[in-house]
Design a protein around this ligand. Structure first.
Ligand SMILES: Cc1ncc(COP(=O)(O)O)c(C=O)c1O
Length: 504
């Protein structure tokens, strides 16, 4: 757009009667002209004197608008040569923050594909292509979500009021590395007695959950290019964390005793391995003692780290919760990670790592450096919640409830299918896996269920090679009220029958 054309374009749009200051209108219009490329990158804008004259407004107003646009990166001025539109407008980098930008976005033509230089990185694209997160996080049969409606809200709100009444500045600042001492003490007691974890409070690092704990451990204990063994199948969330870590993931198939590295695998020791010994995710088997010993010995001989993800071990219905792998480790190679996401509520975002003594200080420092932790007030409340006994009594109550729900689900499945669709998953956890006949497409079944408002996850998606994976469905029962389980299962069964001809 030439200078005179720009003046006309602006003159037609400036509205002296609409109550908006001329400065603001001119600023918005120029932004709009730049974003819509009416004023292309590199083009010269008229001098403030000329534009003021043509629009019949004060020169100061135009100068101020130009200065603002310079500050925002839309234009740059070269002394003696004039003012020029920047090569790329800030919106292209930062997104559109305000109404002016939104107007401008409306005026823009259809977005064209991103040029290669602005596209996602290889690892970013891989992360997005393999993303597993579901838009819905609540309702029958969302796997992995506890019944948050049963959380002792009264106790929590009493603690909340108590801490806000006696406001303590030290709880409202950033968290020093590692988290609040009272929570680390309460957790150390709990983990020692309930999970046979060997630890002192100093070995505990508070995080926002298992995702962050794994991220931190991987960053501190490996370098890009190192190999990590993951279980096949495994949880999509940690797989995503690993996707962007620069590590090479080597999926190792599981058998009924847990991760099962074969001779070829054992011949090339990894730097790290990530396992779920108490309750394999998502299939549910428990790692045998023999396999635990083998892994620990192999890791000791080959200087590997084992990350133990102990995400839901509290929920075992037929027997007592199992001891952790970390408790068997005598040479400090296990990094234990856990979370309050399943025991209290996922949105709390508090989890923890237990690391060998020699690493505790480094982990605490790194956590503060990388994530600038906070949430000390919630940590103080949680420490008191545990110390007053609410945590263990809530777990006890939920264990009974989830055990009943699991049985109700198994009964509903047996009533509809007999033993044609067996469930696996051990007598534990918040979900079970229902196997589908060989050759069926579990993604189609999950999609048909979602159309009927039932959330289930296709088992094949948890495998490194979904097309070769056994088909099945992850069915979460913990967050479904007892009386809704059978009707919801029947709706799911309608979706199964409609998708798989064998049941039609
Ligand atoms: C095996 C496993 N690990 C970790 C998590 C997530 O833990 P957090 O919410 O603490 O990040 C989940 C959640 O479903 C899980 O299934």
């Amino acid at each position: 757009m030439r200078a005179s054309v720009l003046s006309d374009w602006l003159a037609q749009r400036l509205d002296r009667g609409n109550g908006q200051p001329i400065y603001r209108q001119l600023h918005r219009l120029l932004q709009q002209a730049i974003l819509s490329r009416e004023l292309p990158p590199g083009s010269k804008v008229p001098s403030s004197r000329l534009l003021a004259q043509e629009l019949g407004i004060g020169r100061n107003t135009v100068t101020q608008v130009y200065e603002q646009l310079v500050l925002e990166g839309y234009v740059s001025s070269a002394t003696g040569r004039g003012t020029f539109v920047a090569a790329s407008a800030p919106e292209e980098i930062l997104g559109l923050p305000d109404a002016a930008a939104a107007d401008a976005a409306d005026a823009r033509p259809e977005p064209s594909p991103l040029p290669a230089a602005r596209a996602l990185s290889t690892r970013g694209a891989r992360l997005i292509a393999g993303a597993g997160v579901s838009k819905r996080q609540w309702g029958a049969f969302m796997p992995g979500v506890p019944d948050v409606t049963k959380f002792p809200a009264r106790v929590w709100s009493r603690l909340h009021n108590k801490y806000w009444r006696r406001l303590r500045p030290d709880l409202l600042t950033y968290a020093p590395g590692g988290g609040l001492a009272s929570l680390r003490h309460a957790l150390a007691d709990y983990l020692r007695t309930s999970r046979s974890v060997r630890c002192t409070p100093e070995q505990i690092i508070i995080t926002t959950g298992i995702h962050q704990s794994v991220d931190l451990a991987v960053r501190l204990l490996s370098d890009p290019g190192d190999v990590i063994w993951t279980e096949d199948p495994c949880y999509w969330g940690v797989r995503s964390v690993l996707h962007v870590s620069g590590l090479q993931s080597r999926p190792i198939a599981v058998d009924e005793e847990g991760i099962n590295p074969l001779a070829d695998d054992l011949a090339q020791p990894p730097k790290l391995m990530l396992v779920t010994p108490s309750h394999q995710y998502p299939l549910g088997m428990v790692m045998s003692l023999a396999r635990r010993r083998m892994l620990l010995e192999y890791a000791r001989q080959n200087q590997c780290w084992i990350i133990e993800d102990d995400y839901d071990s509290e929920y075992r219905y037929g027997s007592r919760p199992l001891a952790s792998l970390q408790g068997l480790d005598t040479s400090g190679q296990v990094i234990y990670v856990g979370s309050f996401g399943k025991t209290l509520f996922p949105g709390l975002r508090i989890g923890y790592l237990v690391v060998p003594e020699a690493l505790a200080e480094s982990f605490a420092t790194a956590s503060a450096e990388l994530y600038r932790e906070g949430q000390l007030l919630q940590q103080a409340m949680l420490a008191e919640f545990i110390a007053e006994g609410h945590f263990t009594s809530h777990i006890r109550k939920m264990r009974t409830l989830y055990g009943q729900r699991r049985q109700t689900l198994l009964d509903a499945a047996a009533q509809r299918y007999g033993d044609a669709l067996p469930a696996v998953g051990g007598d534990a956890g918040l979900h079970l896996v229902m196997q589908l006949p060989d050759g069926s497409d579990d993604r189609l079944v999950a999609a048909a269920a979602l159309e009927r408002n039932i959330i289930v996850r296709p088992l094949s998606g948890y495998y490194a090679q979904p097309p070769l994976a056994p088909p099945g469905l992850l069915i979460g029962y913990a967050c479904v009220p007892d009386e809704e389980i059978a009707p919801a299962f029947n709706t799911l069964a309608d979706a199964i029958d409609a998708t798989l001809p064998v049941f039609a």
